[in-house]
Design a protein around this ligand. Structure first.
Ligand SMILES: Nc1nc2c(c(=O)[nH]1)N[C@H]1C(S)=C(S)[C@@H](COP(=O)(O)OP(=O)(O)OC[C@H]3O[C@@H](n4cnc5c(=O)[nH]c(N)nc54)[C@H](O)[C@@H]3O)O[C@H]1N2
Ligand SMILES: Nc1nc2c(c(=O)[nH]1)N[C@H]1C(S)=C(S)[C@@H](COP(=O)(O)OP(=O)(O)OC[C@H]3O[C@@H](n4cnc5c(=O)[nH]c(N)nc54)[C@H](O)[C@@H]3O)O[C@H]1N2
Ligand code: SF4
Ligand SMILES: [Mo]
Length: 729
């Protein structure tokens, strides 16, 4: 049996062809006919065959008894959770129960929507996501500027003639906040039509090697570089060039003016001549575009840097125009609630006073919020598809804090450094046992398309949507629901969602009959009901009125996907959700961030930055032999001159020391790294008692990250640019 489906591992969303014999996957290859990925695939997608068959993959709930996690049935696991959770709900201290959403929830629609419902039922303000060790600064910048944290433009790679890329390595990562499968080929096409790529990174990355120009940059100084480029473009007479109104441009211009070319060059380590040349190239390009990713968000000035990326796009006339930074569209649409005010700083964390950002608290606050007594102290945590002990800062302290909880429930497909501390582990399903639709990333595609994959196999365990519905019912009532109660609960969720569209004045379903809509939804159960509803209410949807618009069923019948065309410009009026329809250019947060940027002192000494590698995905997949093939993956890269200064030789072992801790690592020398920087991948750990057959043993990068080192506006951890010293062993 051969089935086509979308890979759910990373943001590229590649189309795969899965050959199976009964329940056994025999082979996986690229789907050349997929309208979106056009035949791209990487080793991780192919390795899903091993993941599916992996005996180490969790298939049964585990419950801690006599100090050890032991297999139990689902009923027993849920009963245990109900009993423990009931205690917290009785105490009516809702914030005592926290939720952590890991990265794969963004690629798992049942989990993202289901666990979202669960978090809503808890009513806790202690909601944490991997976003605050990733992209949250970019979302906050968009929220401040456009009014929505989901207004995230992507480069129109098919039409641009000049791409400036900061802190991203899509040749290895396959793109981020940008679904761009086959970046290598798209770059070739760009260059063969005379276009150029310029990269800015402390490391000459795999992407930088294919670029026309690469500049090394001192970690954390991109805001200086961007401010200098903006000032240069303003001096050339450019003004904001967009189809909607802008407010406070003069204020922003004034706040940027202290960043002279000389200051920027001194701080970021890019020569004044190079900055001038870059400014000229962008001014001369027909359709330039600027893009920044992890290196620009997971650093000290993440929000400001992300904000300035879009200011630059706007001045270049690139925002919302073909060849520039465009807002993709996806078939699924959420209903808009009446109040569209930016969700920021509505409450603060108890200990460090971090502001709420888009409904979240930052991971940097998690350990201290568990450790510190008083009302609102976190005593229980539900962790969905995450591994905070490895992915969050100050790992040792966080592990200790998590170990002290009265209740830790993890939902994962594997054992990891976090599940080993859990009281209950609920298994997720194999990716082939669940449906797939990119609801979060769908609006960041290089091209618009409609694709959905139904499950290939029956779930051995339980579909994560069903698990999350049971947990949600349980959080609502304090006890394990009967099958009927669970079904009624799910029906209610669907009816509420339909009510949302009917109440939304901007929805084509506005004012329609709710029962009629609910009765016409295609699938009979599961998260697919919400999906069908959102697709049919969307721009391409059939609007439940018998016309021939899009439905989930049509997507099921078109496994190669439906191409919805190139990105559409002129969308700002729709994208900007500030009440006056204007783009905000000088929010107080950004002006303050600029002031403190200019006041920062340059701190000499070694800086640690991260890198991603083709065969792993954050802290998982490292256990699949077909990917790792016994290679050494976790080496510290060092510049030969820095190594000589510290008396370190190739393959020598060193101790790396920061304000937060120390780790030991093996060194490899390369001048692909800027002098003054060292580079280590994340996702490894020294713990050899988890992930049976683990091949990702290595120093845990985040043991060096102090929790307090954050991008202050968003609370996002500054995991790049950590000040370190080196001791030879
Ligand atoms: N130093 C440093 N730290 C970093 C980063 C960095 O660049 N440098 N990057 C950061 C970034 S960008 C991110 S996104 C975070 C990630 O941080 P996390 O999301 O906390 O961690 P992951 O390592 O992605 O772990 C994901 C877990 O989900 C499980 N999983 C996979 N698929 C499924 C599924 O379908 N269902 C369930 N239930 N579980 C599943 C995996 O087995 C794994 O244990 O790490 C961040 N940490
Ligand atoms: N193979 C593989 N693919 C992945 C992942 C993975 O773990 N493995 N993870 C997935 C996830 S969750 C994400 S979020 C994406 C991330 O996707 P990308 O952002 O493309 O990936 P990174 O390789 O982390 O690129 C970050 C770059 O920023 C640079 N950098 C560090 N500090 C600075 C700085 O201050 N300024 C500048 N300009 N650059 C800096 C680093 O040297 C690095 O090259 O990748 C996804 N894809
Ligand atoms: S690039 Fe990402 S989506 Fe494509 S096959 Fe690899 S892991 Fe899967
Ligand atoms: Mo990420």
């Amino acid at each position: 049996m051969s089935t086509k489906r979308i890979c759910s591992v990373c943001e590229a969303g590649c189309g795969l062809i899965i050959d199976a014999d009964g329940r056994k996957v025999v082979s996986i290859e690229a789907n050349p006919d997929d309208v979106f990925s056009q035949g791209h695939v990487c080793a991780k997608g192919i390795a899903l065959k091993d993941l599916d068959a992996d005996p180490d993959r969790l298939r049964q709930p585990l419950l801690r008894r006599d100090g050890e996690l032991q297999p139990v049935g689902w009923d027993e696991a849920f009963e245990f959770i109900a009993e423990k959770l009931g205690l917290f709900l009785d105490r009516s201290d809702r914030n005592a129960v926290a939720v952590y959403f890991g990265n794969p929830t963004a690629h798992n629609i049942g989990l993202s929507m289901g666990a979202g419902v669960f978090a809503g039922m808890l009513g806790s303000t202690n909601i944490y996501t991997a976003g605050s060790v990733d992209q949250l600064p970019k979302q906050l910048a968009s929220a401040l500027m456009f009014g929505s944290g989901m207004a995230l433009p992507v480069p129109d790679i098919a039409r641009t003639d000049f791409l400036l890329m900061l802190g991203a390595n899509p040749i290895v990562s396959n793109g981020s906040l940008w679904m761009v499968p086959g970046f290598r080929q798209k770059l070739r096409d760009l260059q063969s039509r005379g276009g150029r790529l310029v990269t800015i990174d402390p490391r000459r990355t795999e992407t930088a090697r294919l670029a026309d120009t690469h500049h090394f940059i001192r970690p954390g100084t991109d805001a200086f570089l961007l401010a200098a480029l903006i000032n240069g473009i303003v001096q050339a007479g450019r003004e904001p060039d967009v189809s909607v109104g802008v407010r406070h441009w003069q204020e922003l211009k004034k706040a940027l003016s202290p960043v002279s070319l000389a200051l920027a060059s001194e701080r970021c380590g890019v020569s004044e001549d190079a900055l001038r040349a870059l400014t000229r190239q962008m001014l001369n390009a027909e359709s330039p575009v600027v893009y920044g990713r992890v290196g620009t968000t997971l650093q000290q000035h993440g929000t400001l840097t992300s904000f300035l990326v879009e200011v630059l796009n706007m001045l270049l006339g690139a925002l919302d125009r073909p060849g520039g930074a465009m807002f993709p569209e996806q078939p699924f649409t959420s209903a808009r609630s009446g109040s569209e005010s930016v969700s920021y700083n509505r409450w603060q964390s108890r200990v460090s006073g971090y502001p709420e950002v888009l409904g979240q608290m930052p991971c940097a606050a998690l350990a201290e919020e568990i450790e510190t007594p008083g009302e609102g102290q976190i005593r229980a945590l539900f962790c969905f598809a995450g591994n905070p002990v490895v992915s969050n800062p100050d790992s040792d302290r966080l592990a200790e804090a998590l170990g002290s909880l009265e209740l830790l429930v993890c939902c994962d497909i594997y054992h990891n450094e976090t599940t080993r501390l859990a009281d209950v582990v609920l298994p997720g399903s194999s990716p082939f046992e669940d449906g797939h639709y990119d609801s979060f990333l769908g609006s960041m595609g290089w091209r618009n398309s409609a694709r959905y994959s139904p499950p290939i196999f029956e779930a051995e365990a339980m579909r994560e949507w069903d698990m999350a519905m049971t947990l949600s019912c349980l959080a609502a009532s304090g006890r394990v629901p009967s099958d009927k109660e669970r079904r009624d609960f799910e029906d209610n969720i669907v009816a509420n969602a339909a009510t949302g569209y009917v109440a939304d004045v901007s929805s084509p379903l506005h004012g329609r009959d709710i029962q009629e809509i609910v009765g016409s939804i295609g699938p009979e159960s599961g998260v697919e009901r919400l999906l069908d509803l959102g697709i049919r209410a969307g721009r391409w949807g059939d609007q439940f009125d018998g016309t021939d618009g899009l439905t989930l069923q049509q997507m099921i019948e078109t496994p190669d996907g439906i191409d919805l065309g190139e990105l559409r410009g002129g969308r700002l009026a729709e994208v900007v959700t500030h009440a006056d329809g204007c783009i905000e250019l000088a929010p107080a947060v950004i002006i303050d961030a600029l002031t403190s940027l200019v006041a920062t002192r340059d701190n000499p000494g070694l800086r640690l930055v991260g890198r991603r590698q083709a065969a792993t995905n954050n802290s998982w997949l490292g256990n699949l032999p077909s990917l790792t093939k016994g290679k050494q993956y976790c080496q510290l890269q060092m510049h030969p001159e820095d190594a000589a200064e510290h008396g370190v030789a190739e393959c020598g072992r060193i101790r790396l020391v920061s304000a937060a801790g120390s780790i030991e690592a093996e060194v490899t020398l390369t001048d692909d790294l800027m002098k003054g920087c060292v580079c280590l991948p994340h996702g490894f750990s020294e713990q050899d008692d988890v992930a049976q057959g683990v091949r990702r043993l290595g120093p845990n990068y985040n043991r060096l990250a102090a929790a307090a080192e954050v991008d202050r506006p968003s609370g996002t951890s500054a995991l790049n640019g950590i000040a370190v010293t080196v001791e030879r062993l």
